[in-house]
Design a protein around this ligand. Sequence first.
Ligand code: 5MM
Length: 333
Amino acid sequence: MTDLFAAARALVEPSKGLLAADESTPTAAKRLAAYGIASSPELRRQFRDLFLSMEGVERYLSGVILYEETFAQKGSDGKLFPDSLEARGIAPGIKVDEGTEPFPGSAEELITKGLVGLPERLAAFKKGGAVFTKWRAVIRIEGDALPTAAAVLENAKRLASYAKEAQVAGLVPIVEPEVLLAGKHSRARSQAVIQETLATLFSALAAQGVDLGGLLLKTAMARSGDASAHKDASEEVAAATLEALVASVPREVAGIVFLSGGESPDEATANLAAITREARRVEAPWPLTFSYARALQEEALALWKGKAENVEAARAAFRARLEKVQAALVSSP
Ligand code: 5MM
């Protein structure tokens, strides 16, 4: 377990964070299509290479969450992506959930699958160089009706089973119960749902005997829904987020990383800076950092357009965003 503790702590080392490059094939196709780029195994390889092979990326990233297709592909240096990352001191991670399916108990909610055959898949990824893993559940807010307690509980139980299996396999689990941004809900409702979801998750993790010192939490920020008329200030998001986390996350957890959830790159950066300041103010016990996909990649994708001649400009935009997000981690009042 000592190795897992060290690996988990290294992922949240000061001034560095995670790139979530683990979009499944359908999600990657959607992200590429938004910028007029076709999706094929080779174009998805180039999409990953744009970010993973950027010179000096190790100054910003402690780890990268990969998708299974990318895990078996090679970068422009001719090395398998996990080997190439490892050689530059970046921990390779792997998304091991297999997406969602309708929850039988509630037709409008989703449950994450992937427990069947999980030990074998974890062993194979460990052999291939993975240091950590991730499993994402999605929690939808709809007025006071959703989420249902049953869907939150079932997702929490599966997250906990996955986390236990990951630790048995010698891999750090990242548990990601994503409370979605979509909807008209208030910031207070988001805060309450995040708090309840995390409290349920940490009860399930305790029931499975998961060691929290070798685990990271990936969470959304507490904020008004994207269809709400209210626009939160970053300081409001930070206060609500820290209140929810302090009320529900045990201090033994190795670290907390944030998803961007559809926030713009500037919003996700400003909110992270405010969260960093608020965490210092309330003396939060865990290291905090980013684990963004869209907020780190969007600007570069818009410039790249799938063309080799645009790689340099796209990487410059990626580097500029990483600089800003890194600065947010050491932001002063
Ligand atoms: C919420 O999604 C995670 C973080 O991404 P954003 O910063 O864009 O919100 C991300 O790791 C996500 O889990 C992966 O992109 C995989 O998503 P799919 O939908 O392909 O499973």
